[in-house]
Design a protein around this ligand. Structure first.
Ligand code: NAP
Ligand code: 8YV
Length: 323
């Protein structure tokens, strides 16, 4: 298969430093400012066989690299990569599943508890000296006790969240396109059916056209005035103005969000809402887990060029082999 040092990999935009370091150590790496066809030189068009990226990779950039074989994408969600187009062109796309599952599930649980029990606001109360001046932080209206969780996207992370919620004594139901074999949680074939049945909707569904604004005014109304919505999936799955309205007018009680429609820009109207608990997309953001994700990006490139196979191909490119 030749030496990996003869293989040229392009790294557009910012990427985890450990992934950059390992790519530079193993391959011939070229860094460019962004994944833009205008930045592709004739030499790059001739030489580049792989991409290592944490940024949007569209059809035009794929077309600008005629000898491209593989896109190693950082993150399990790969809605920013045109994987369907890559699959059609015989280009492999890999993501970073499993290594972040438990971390993201921990974050979801923390965000749920913070949303219901207002722990960040209670801490702010102490730090602002209000405990001394005004007395105890007010009792929270919400509790985990007796809640029924509905998971939108019962995949790897959804199941890890469900295991944690079971330990808390919560009832669990879910919605996917297909029922998951061998789980005892109640399956709802529609999202609105799930939202009607539960009072705590936790979304960990992927982005993309199929889930675009799936959580809309109808779903939030179905969730109801005791309803709590938590999103650790993708911001694109939510109609954000409808969510802001639902939080402001009491259609639902509270929301905990780690992901947003236009990151890192978060609407001021959402920031101003006292019943929104907001995190800056930190689901997988520990040194440990981000390093494991970075390793998997580079392990995929090394397996592809060294052994002729990808470790974690995405479904749209599972058919792609090395010729
Ligand atoms: P996964 O194992 O592929 O699970 C995704 C689940 O969503 C599957 O059960 C799938 O079931 C369901 N689903 C997909 N499309 C759907 C649709 N149109 N309607 C209803 N259900 C649908 O993926 P994962 O590893 O759990 O990761 C899930 C997502 O979490 C990622 O794609 C990413 O967007 C997000 N994420 C966020 C963070 C963060 O930092 N906040 C970190 C990691 C991941 P069916 O195929 O049967 O529909
Ligand atoms: C990362 C994520 O923060 O894996 C995902 O899908 O959303 C997060 O783990 C993100 O991919 C890095 O850009």
């Amino acid at each position: 298969m030749g030496s990996l040092k003869d293989v040229t990999i392009v790294i557009p935009a910012r990427l985890h430093e450990h992934a950059v370091g390992r790519t530079e150590a193993s391959f011939r790496a070229i860094r460019i400012e962004r994944a833009d066809p205008a930045l592709v030189t004739p030499e790059m068009a001739r030489d580049v066989r792989g991409i290592a990226a944490m940024t949007r990779i569209d059809a035009a950039f794929i077309d600008a690299l005629p000898n491209l074989e593989i896109i190693g994408s950082f993150g399990v969600g790969y809605d920013q990569v045109d994987a369907a187009y890559a699959g059609k062109k015989g280009v492999m796309v890999t993501n970073t599943p499993d290594v972040l599952t438990e971390e993201v599930a921990d974050t979801a649980l923390g965000l749920l508890i913070n949303t219901l029990r207002e722990l960040p606001r209670a801490e702010a109360w102490l730090r602002e000296g209000r405990w001394v001046k005004e007395g105890p932080y007010p009792l929270t209206r919400s509790t985990l006790r007796g809640r029924h969780a509905g998971i939108f996207g019962l995949g790897r992370i959804g199941l890890a969240i469900a295991r944690r919620l079971e330990a808390l004594g919560m009832t669990i139901s879910y919605h996917n396109r297909r029922a998951v074999p061998d789980v005892t949680y109640a399956y709802y074939p529609t999202l609105v059916g799930l939202a009607e049945a539960v009072d705590t909707l936790i979304s960990v569904a992927p982005g993309g056209t199929a889930t675009e604004k799936a959580v809309n005014a109808e779903i939030l109304k179905a969730l109801g005035p005791d309803g709590v919505f938590v999103n650790v999936g993708r911001g694109s799955t939510v109609d954000e103005p409808a969510l802001i309205k639902a939080l402001a007018d009491g259609t639902i009680r509270a929301a905990g969000l780690d992901v947003f429609a236009d990151e890192p820009r978060v609407p001021q109207a959402l920031i101003d809402l006292p019943n929104a608990c907001l995190l800056p997309h930190v689901g997988s953001a520990s040194v440990h887990t981000r390093q494991a994700m970075a390793d998997l990006v580079v392990d995929n490139l090394a397996a592809w060029f060294g052994e002729g196979r990808a470790l974690t191909p995405v479904v749209e490119t599972a058919h792609v082999g090395r010729s």
